[in-house]
Ligand binder design. Structure first.
Ligand SMILES: Cc1ncc(COP(=O)(O)O)c(C=O)c1O
Length: 440
């Protein structure tokens, strides 16, 4: 059989976050993957510069994960975790908690990052109610934040294009200003020196709403989807301090940052900050099976474990919370991450990566470059009256040249699998440089 699979009709699949008509007029179909590479339906090898969608941290189709999934689906295809359990869900939660710093010792399983975020917001609200502060109902997000597409995550999210079609969203939500100020922090290498004081915006919202009404603040430690916004030095520390001062919970959304992306197991470990709740997904199973996990500190979990022992403490959960096959994928991914030191490998490659991505400075239309761990954002000037067109064209030309990159508007985001080597970094950045040089 030839590599090319025949797809007779592309019409029925309503594709997510995609310009459907544009895509279907010139589809880009991936049919196979191995290690650092995808293979397209016309038999071309594509270097994966984005770990799929920020999730395949150990590379594609890794043998131990494939085997674990195959074995589990034949052994225990499904088991409910409402009033029942299966051993691997408990084992995975314990192993994950041991990896997370501080006392983030309890894990609630979901099926996606969006569900992890909505779960975290619900835990925050219910926690305050549980301890007699039920008036703390406000949730604070941040401009340019992305927290998935559930109504909760959308409400605290700060990307206008994602929000505008869906009405007023949750009431009682406000947003911190974002931290990207190109006049002050363009072309920063790693964390910008300027901008810690932007966290004081939380003081402004406390003054406006009164701390007694605020349940939680949620931020991505490094904002990924809105274009790789790296937190200024001291910014997250300051947010933690202000939350502590007012009894506000701090939620880190680590759906992208978790599992080694920043060169440490989690952003919490990377920055040495213990949030009250951490949301994860994506790299949890190396992208193999959908799964998310929400980590909570002891004090939060303990606040729920009161009242009659036979009563359900938190009325929340998904049919597939802790699904056996997802759990097996996550356990195998975790083994691989630890065996190959992938959760810290990004740190050893970070300096090389930083030099490589900053070598793009000076190329046509490049107006900013940002990086941390094994993530980079390359911002291009938009075409007059055609916001996003340049980014889209770079994506298509890179794909034609055998590179998978991501474009959000005119910002190119790179986040390769953590198994990438220096020569492959050179291929990725060199290929992108050629595309940028040739762009009309
Ligand atoms: C920070 C963050 N939170 C939440 C989500 C939503 O995750 P999912 O697409 O698995 O629902 C994403 C997805 O990219 C994300 O980057």
């Amino acid at each position: 059989m030839s590599e090319r699979q025949s797809v007779s009709d592309l019409d029925a699949f309503w594709m997510p976050f995609t310009a459907n008509r544009d895509f279907k007029s010139a589809p880009r179909l991936l049919t196979r993957a191995a290690g650092l590479y995808y293979f397209s339906d016309d038999g071309r090898r594509i270097l994966d510069g984005t770990s799929g969608l920020w999730c395949v941290n150990a590379g594609h189709c890794r043998e131990p994960i494939v085997r674990a999934v195959q074995a589990k689906v034949a052994e225990l295809d499904f088991a409910p975790t409402f009033q029942m359990g299966h051993p691997d869900a408990f084992l995975l939660a314990s192993r994950l908690a041991a990896l997370m710093p501080g006392d983030l010792n309890h894990v609630f399983f979901t099926n996606s990052g969006s569900e992890a975020v909505d779960t975290a917001l619900k835990i925050a609200l219910a926690y305050h109610r549980q301890r007699g502060e039920g008036q703390r109902v406000r949730l604070i997000g941040r401009e340019r934040g992305y927290h998935g597409v559930g109504f909760g995550g959308l409400s605290v999210g700060g990307i206008a294009g994602n929000r505008k079609a869906f009405g007023p969203l949750l009431p009682g939500v406000d947003h911190l200003r974002h931290t990207h100020v190109p006049e002050r922090n363009a072309f920063s290498r790693g964390q910008p020196d300027w901008g810690a004081h932007l966290a004081d915006d939380l003081e402004r919202l406390v003054t406006l709403h009164d701390a007694s009404t605020i349940a939680a603040v949620i931020v991505e430690p490094l904002a990924g989807s809105a274009g790789v916004l790296v937190p200024p030095k001291g910014y997250l520390e300051r947010l933690r301090e202000i939350c502590d001062k007012y009894g506000i919970l701090l939620i880190f959304d680590e759906v992208i940052c978790g599992f080694g992306r920043l060169g440490a197991p989690f952003a919490a470990s990377c920055f040495g900050i213990i949030p009250d709740i951490v949301t994860t997904a994506k790299g949890l199973t190396n992208g193999t099976i959908p799964m998310g996990a929400v980590f909570v500190r002891d004090a939060l979990y303990d606040a729920f474990m009161t009242g009659p022992g036979e009563a359900i403490e938190f009325a929340h959960g998904y049919t597939y919370s802790g699904h056996p096959v997802a759990t097996a994928a996550a356990l195998a991914a975790l083994d691989l991450y630890l065996e190959e030191d992938l959760l810290t490998r990004g740190a050893s490659l970070a300096a090389y990566w930083e030099d490589a991505v900053h070598s793009l400075k000076g190329l046509p239309n490049v107006i900013d470059i940002r990086n941390l761990g094994l993530v980079a954002g390359i911002e291009l000037s938009p075409r007059p009256d055609a916001q996003g067109a340049r980014g889209r064209e770079v994506l298509i030309r890179c794909f034609e040249a055998g590179l998978l990159i991501r474009a959000t508007g005119d910002i190119i985001a790179l986040s390769p699998p953590l198994i990438i080597s220096r020569p492959e970094i050179d291929t990725l950045i060199g290929g992108l440089a050629n595309v940028l040089k040739a762009l009309p």
